[in-house]
Design a binder for this molecule. Structure first.
Ligand SMILES: *Cc1c(COP(=O)(O)O)cnc(C)c1O
Length: 387
C-alpha cells in the first residue's frame, strides 16, 4: 500500500527526532576552532552531565554507539587482560565479540536472553578470582534486543561486597535519558551511550562518562588507541574544543534535546517511560501474548519484546504492519530472529502515540492472522486513563 500520513517509527532506536531538535540542527556549520563553537561545546559538555548522573568528564565522539564501546575498552584495558561479560542478549554478545577481537580474554556467563545480569553471579565470579585477574565487568544496562534491564546499582553492590578492584563498564545506549541511571551514585567507571535512542537525536554521536578510577586506569592501559584516546579530547574540551572536527550540527541538536529533558525533568522522563512500558505490557498480555522479559524487576522502560505464538513468523507480522499501517517495529535479533518483535516506546513520545502504536500492533496481528484477544488494547487504554 502507498504510505500516507505520518510514519510511526516504533523501533527501539533510532527514535522519533522532535521538531525542535531538527530545527536546532538546521543551522550553518560554524568554525569549530572559533569562539562561537567553544561556547556551544562548553555548554553542552556541562549540560550532558546530569543525564548521566555525573560531575565527571563526558567524552563525546562523532561515532555510533559501537565506537563508544571500543573507546571504553581501549582506554581502560591491556592486551590479554580478563573481562567478564554476560550473555543477556544480542548487544551484550556483540560487545563481547569486540572485546575478543581486541585481544582481551573474555569470561562469558551464559544467559537465556530473558533475564538481566544476576548480581549474585557477579559476586561469585569476583570472589573466585583470588588472583584478581579480572580487570573489568561489562554490563548492558538495557538489552535492546530483549527489553530486559539489568540492575546496575545491585551489580555495583555485588562487586563492592567482594572488595575486588574490577572496573564496571556499562552500556546505556538504549537507556540513557529514558530509564533511571546514576553514573556517580552507582559507582560506574565507564558509561557508554549513543545519541539516537533516549537522547532523541539522529545517529552519529556517542559518549563515554568516565570515573576518576577509569581515568587512572587509562594511564597504564596498553591496548592500542589513537582516535578513541580520552586524554586529548578531555584536554581540548577544557577550552571548548576537540582534537578533530566535531559533529557540530549534532551538537546543536544535543543542546536542544538536553533542554527538552531538563524542561520535563529527568524524574518525569523516567516515570513517563515506565508508565508507557506498563501500558504496553498490559496490551500484550491482554492479547494473550507473552512478554519476553521473564523477571518482573527487570522490565525495560524503553521497549517491550513480544513473543509470537509458535507457527507464526514475527518478521512477516512486522512486514504486514509496515505495509498496511506505515509503522516500523523492531525485529528479533540474533537467535530471536522471527520469534519476537519489539515495540519501542522511548524518546519523544506521548500517550496518543502509544495508543496509536498499540492499535497498529493489534490491527497488524489480526491482519497477519495471529489469534489474539482483540479487547487486549483496552487494558492499556485503562492504564493511560490514570496518571
Ligand atoms: C543500539 C545499541 C548498540 C549499538 O549502537 P550503534 O549506535 O548501532 O553502534 C549497542 N548497545 C545497545 C544496548 C544498543 O541499544
Amino acid at each position: 500500500m502507498t504510505p500516507t500520513g505520518r510514519h510511526f517509527l516504533q523501533i527501539p532506536g533510532p527514535t522519533n527526532t522532535p521538531d525542535r531538535v531538527l530545527r536546532a540542527m538546521a543551522a550553518s556549520t560554524i568554525d569549530h576552532r572559533g569562539p562561537q563553537f567553544a561556547e556551544l561545546a562548553l555548554e553542552v559538555l556541562e549540560a550532558v552531565k546530569p543525564v548521566f548522573g555525573t560531575t565527571q568528564p563526558v567524552v563525546i565522539y562523532p561515532a555510533s554507539g559501537t565506537g563508544a564501546w571500543e573507546a571504553a575498552l581501549v582506554n581502560t584495558l591491556s592486551p590479554g587482560e580478563r573481562v567478564v561479560c554476560f550473555e543477556t542478549g544480542h548487544f551484550a554478545t556483540l560487545w563481547r565479540e569486540m572485546a575478543r577481537r581486541l585481544d582481551l580474554e573474555v569470561d562469558l556467563v551464559p544467559g537465556d536472553w530473558r533475564h538481566g545480569v544476576d548480581p549474585q553471579t557477579v559476586a561469585d565470579k569476583l570472589r573466585d578470582d583470588t588472583g584478581q585477574r579480572i580487570k573489568a565487568v561489562l554490563v548492558v544496562h538495557n538489552e535492546t534486543s530483549t527489553g530486559v534491564t539489568s540492575r546496575v546499582a545491585e551489580v555495583r553492590k555485588a562487586i563492592d561486597s567482594t572488595g575486588h578492584p574490577a572496573l564496571l563498564l556499562v552500556d546505556t545506549i538504549s537507556s540513557l535519558g529514558s530509564i533511571e541511571y546514576q553514573h556517580d551514585a552507582w559507582g560506574v567507571d565507564v558509561t557508554v551511550a549513543g545519541s539516537q535512542k533516549g537522547l532523541m537525536l539522529p545517529p552519529g554521536l556517542s559518549f563515554n562518562a568516565v570515573s576518576q578510577k577509569a581515568l587512572d586506569a587509562s594511564k597504564s592501559a596498553r591496548l592500542h588507541r589513537s582516535f578513541w584516546d580520552w586524554q586529548p579530547v578531555i584536554e581540548a574540551n577544557k577550552r571548548g574544543f576537540f582534537p578533530y572536527t566535531p559533529a557540530t550540527n549534532l551538537l546543536y541538536g544535543l543542546r536542544e534535546a538536553l533542554r527538552m529533558l531538563d524542561e520535563e525533568g529527568l524524574a518525569n522522563v523516567y516515570a513517563r517511560h515506565q508508565r508507557h512500558a506498563e501500558a504496553t505490557r498490559l496490551a500484550v498480555r491482554g492479547w494473550g501474548l507473552e512478554v519476553l522479559c521473564a523477571d518482573e524487576r527487570e522490565h525495560s522502560g524503553s521497549l517491550t519484546g513480544v513473543i509470537v505464538p509458535d507457527g507464526y513468523d514475527a518478521d512477516k507480522i512486522r512486514a504486514v504492519i509496515l505495509d498496511r499501517y506505515n509503522m516500523s517495529l523492531g525485529a528479533g535479533l540474533g537467535k530471536l530472529a522471527g520469534r519476537i518483535f519489539r515495540i519501542g516506546h522511548l524518546g519523544d513520545f506521548n500517550d496518543l502515540m502509544l495508543a496509536g502504536t498499540l492499535a497498529g500492533v493489534q490491527l497488524g496481528l489480526v491482519a497477519a492472522g495471529v489469534p489474539i484477544d482483540t479487547t487486549g488494547i483496552n487494558a492499556a487504554l485503562d492504564r493511560l486513563q490514570r496518571p
